[in-house]
Design a protein around this ligand. Structure first.
Ligand SMILES: NC(=O)c1ccc[n+]([C@@H]2O[C@H](COP(=O)([O-])OP(=O)(O)OC[C@H]3O[C@@H](n4cnc5c(N)ncnc54)[C@H](O)[C@@H]3O)[C@@H](O)[C@H]2O)c1
Length: 354
């Protein structure tokens, strides 16, 4: 397929707006269908983006032969089921992160990709952002040398999105699986995707969702509800890799922190990099240490542009022009790491992989 790619979007809540907006701006994509359990919400998107077909059951959308590819923007508990059904129906899939709730589900999706011959792109949107692509080219050209340590934080002082995000049954977990996934993936991807050897993790639920707090805005699920909260409010982990490298990470939906924090740092034998909060390369030249700031439009992840870059890339994958930067195998490895942190925390000890 090299012409227009016809798209169905499944799940029309908060993040779907980034998908609709980006497909809408892509000249070789056409959104032909939308589906949501909540019909009004799906209809509102159909009206806004002039989409001919509206469904409330994703199976009906997948039965439409005029659809080439789908975005899966539903709760985490349906990512695997919908992705597998879409692949079997012959559609390419862009599945929002995380790939699934469990490792078993992720492996089943991987099998469906193999069986179908279609592509599944995991929504690791930050891989597609310009600051990440620049660092990747420096890493690939050996500028940092082997990377042996990475450190990432994604701290929200207040930001439990409520609704399904706070319901472990539907989300699979809290800040680790929701926002930790992005920073762990960035580090792991730029470290060269080393094989995981062991994980030591901790999760805490000491503060709850703090829905009592006033005067602070934060990201919310489309069906926000603060009554239920069965997820951790903070997690940290030390992940060791077979090549001897290690990754230290901490994340929170809420913490008694002075301010929100997003940092992604990688340290190699020849140089280092701070990807977030602002791209800086650290290197040594003629016995002097340099902090180098590239002259680029976005030194940090730019949300709207990041999604546009991810979706433009996905369209070219569907057209057979490119190979995805975030294949299903990486979604599987990520589930291994995320579930490993939860398992280590539950057992209160380091866990080892074969
Ligand atoms: N890449 C990112 O930066 C990013 C940011 C936010 C959310 N996300 C991911 O996007 C997904 C959706 O998050 P959100 O913030 O939009 O949540 P949301 O609650 O705002 O929207 C989810 C929508 O999916 C619908 N839905 C759920 N199950 C469905 C099903 N089986 N069939 C049809 N519709 C269904 C719900 O009715 C709801 O409208 C999640 O997996 C989340 O992790 C990614």
């Amino acid at each position: 397929m090299s012409g227009t790619v016809r798209i169905g979007v499944i799940g029309s809540g908060s993040i779907s707006e980034m998908h609709f907006g980006s497909y809408n701006k892509n000249k070789t994509a056409e959104i032909v269908a939308v589906c949501d359990l909540n019909e009004e919400r799906a209809k509102a998107k159909a009206e806004k983006y002039n989409i001919p077909h509206v469904y409330t059951d994703y199976r009906d959308l997948l039965a439409n032969p005029d659809i080439d590819a789908v975005s899966v923007c539903t709760w985490n508990n349906s990512h695997a089921e919908i992705s597998i059904a879409a692949l079997r129906a012959g559609k390419h899939v862009l599945c929002e992160k995380p790939l699934s709730k469990t490792l078993e589900e992720a492996l089943a999706v991987e099998q469906a990709v193999k069986d179908s011959g279609k592509t599944l792109q995991v929504g690791f949107v930050r891989r597609y952002a310009s600051n990440t692509r620049i660092v990747k080219s420096f890493v690939d050209n050996g500028e940092l040398g082997p990377i042996y340590y990475a450190k990432a934080s994604c701290i929200r002082k207040l930001g439990n999105p409520g609704g399904w995000f706070a319901d472990k049954e539907r989300s699979g977990g809290g800040p680790l699986i929701d926002i930790g996934v992005h920073v762990i993936d960035l580090c792991w991807y730029l470290m060269g995707r080393p094989k995981v050897k062991s994980i030591s993790g901790n999760t805490y639920n000491r503060l709850g969702n703090r829905s009592n707090i006033k005067n602070l805005k934060f990201y919310k699920a489309a069906d926000y509800n603060a009554e239920l909260n069965s997820v951790e409010d903070m997690a940290n982990a030390l992940i060791r890799f077979e090549n001897g490298a290690s990754l230290l990470v901490d994340v929170s939906f809420t913490l008694h922190a002075k301010q929100d924090e997003l940092t992604v740092k990688l340290f190699g034998e020849k140089g280092g990099v701070e990807l977030e909060p602002e791209l800086t390369l650290i290197m040594e030249k003629y016995d002097t240490i340099l902090n180098a700031t590239p002259q680029i439009d976005n030194l940090s992840f730019e949300f709207v542009q990041g999604f546009q870059d991810e979706i433009d890339y996905f369209i070219e994958v569907c057209q057979g022009k490119k190979t995805t930067l975030s294949p299903v195998q990486d979604g599987v490895e990520m589930m291994k790491m995320l579930c490993g942190v939860y398992e280590s925390a539950a057992q209160g000890r380091e866990i080892w992989f074969e």
